[in-house]
Design a protein around this ligand. Structure first.
Ligand SMILES: *Cc1c(COP(=O)(O)O)cnc(C)c1O
Length: 452
């Protein structure tokens, strides 16, 4: 085992060095070579070193360079060195963090991380929290708590009796809510389509005074950080409306909640402390390895009621059992990497990390504007949307940038316009990386200018 693990660590270290300079997307050949995995399941055991050699030889080249400094497609963070290292050690521990007895250290570090995070976000220290796979399940978990609470107030026990025959629940979302909100609503039996959609402005922000007055159990979902524009719903205003209507307010802050950490950006999330639940990701701006998200709920008891489970073989006495707050029973110790990220960065390091991603976004926007291209969003956080002309040209430029490989960006449709999306979420991206990437983008775009 000794030499297998050492050899693997060497391979991993080599990968992390090389990914800095490799083309961000894998080559066609690397993808084609994945065919080599397509073999019948061997009858006999294969030597473990050979397994890893094969995995590295064929697998590593077919990765996309998310852990490198110049991946800007989707809002996806890299992984801080301390978090990768913590992940290795934690994998060696192979703990089941569902129960305290299953992993005292896993459960303990979740509690510590949760406390630190609530302080960083300036949220009440006694909020409940769940470490889950990502913001999708964090939205799901939070909305399960919301469903519990609004129906309980209407005299209905949804966990016991289900939704058949239950009072109606109004669900109000912004027209530009993230797709995972709708998926969560579907999973919870509240319907992907059975929602009231509130119109948004040209940045994708919910227009608060268009929120209808409704009666009965109500959940309002607001957004901190639009996945395209990076814009923030007017949370303070929405929170006051939610209060008036006695509605549950949930905030999807997958990456935007981290604005609360930075004094100069905190105005973007003004009023978040008035919400009832918040979903965020640690694998985006906090830069822990995949996967990790976090559901936070103001009333810990509500979250626990929505997620609790009991069995005679499970511990009966109460202490913070992580699985009392999550959809899963067994799961990995996600709190370990979150703890390592926060402990290694400290408050200052975290603020600096978030500020740096915002500054890099500004630098992209300024560089592209200076080169004569149109930035179509207000760059308030880490997202930049750029148009290179008509849809066809923009798509061609995106392909060219991806093929060039200096950096990687994807396209999207934003309010009827085809644009390229630049998301800066990695701790590893330096000013130099932005300059290199800007040059590559402008060179690629100029090619199509000249051809015209
Ligand atoms: C990324 C994102 C999600 C989904 O998060 P996952 O970690 O992919 O599950 C939800 N909402 C917003 C606003 C996001 O940016």
């Amino acid at each position: 085992m000794d030499s297998l693990l050492r050899d693997t660590a060497e391979r991993a270290i080599k990968y992390r060095k090389e990914i800095q300079n490799r083309k961000v997307a894998p080559s066609e050949e690397a993808i084609k070579n994945l065919n080599q995995f397509n073999i019948p399941l061997p009858d006999e055991p294969v030597d473990e070193k050979e397994v890893i050699e094969f995995l590295d030889r064929i697998g590593s080249p077919a990765t996309i360079g998310i852990s490198g400094p110049r991946f800007f497609g989707f809002v996806i963070g890299g992984s801080l060195p301390a978090t990768l290292a913590a992940n290795w050690l934690s994998s060696a521990w192979d703990q089941n963090a569902g129960l305290f007895v299953g992993s005292p250290v896993g459960a303990y570090l979740e509690s510590v991380s949760l406390k630190w995070l609530l302080e960083l976000f300036s949220l009440p220290p006694d909020c409940g929290g769940a470490f889950v796979t990502g913001a999708s399940i964090a939205n799901f978990t939070s909305l399960a708590a919301a469903r519990h609470s609004v129906l309980q107030k209407a005299g209905w026990d949804v966990e016991s009796d289900g939704l058949f025959g239950a009072p109606d629940v109004n669900v109000i979302v912004g027209e530009d809510a993230h797709v995972t909100i709708f998926k969560a609503l579907g999973l919870l039996g509240m319907g992907r389509k059975r929602v009231i959609k509130v119109p948004v402005d040209n940045q994708g922000r919910m227009i608060a005074n268009k929120i209808p007055k409704v009666k009965g159990p109500t959940i309002i979902c607001a957004q901190a950080g639009n996945v395209n524009s990076g814009a923030f719903d007017p949370i303070d205003e929405i929170a006051d409306i939610a209060k008036e209507q006695n509605a549950w307010l949930h905030i999807d802050g997958a990456f935007g909640l981290w604005a609360a950490v930075v004094p100069e950006k905190a105005h973007l999330v003004k009023g978040i402390e008035k919400a009832d639940s918040w979903a965020t990701d640690a694998h985006k701006l906090l830069n822990v390895p995949y996967d990790c998200g976090l559901a936070l709920v103001r009333d810990e008891e509500v979250l626990r009621s929505a997620m609790t489970l009991t069995a005679s073989y499970l511990p009966q006495e109460y202490r913070r059992e992580p699985s009392q707050f999550t959809p899963e029973l067994s799961r990995r110790s996600r709190g370990v990497e979150v703890w390592a990220a926060l402990y290694s960065l400290g408050k200052k390091g975290l603020i600096e990390l978030v500020e740096r991603t915002c500054n890099n976004a500004k630098m992209f926007a300024e560089g592209l504007t200076a080169a004569g291209f149109e930035i179509v969003n207000d760059v308030v956080f880490n997202q930049v949307l750029v148009s290179f002309g008509d849809a066809e040209t923009t798509n061609k430029v995106i392909k060219e940038i991806q093929n060039d490989g200096t950096c990687w960006c994807g396209g999207t449709n934003w309010q009827g316009k085809t644009i390229m999306r630049i998301s800066i979420s990695s701790w590893a991206t330096t000013e130099e990386d932005v300059k290199l990437s800007l040059n590559a983008m402008i060179k690629s775009a100029d090619k199509f200018k000249k051809e015209k």
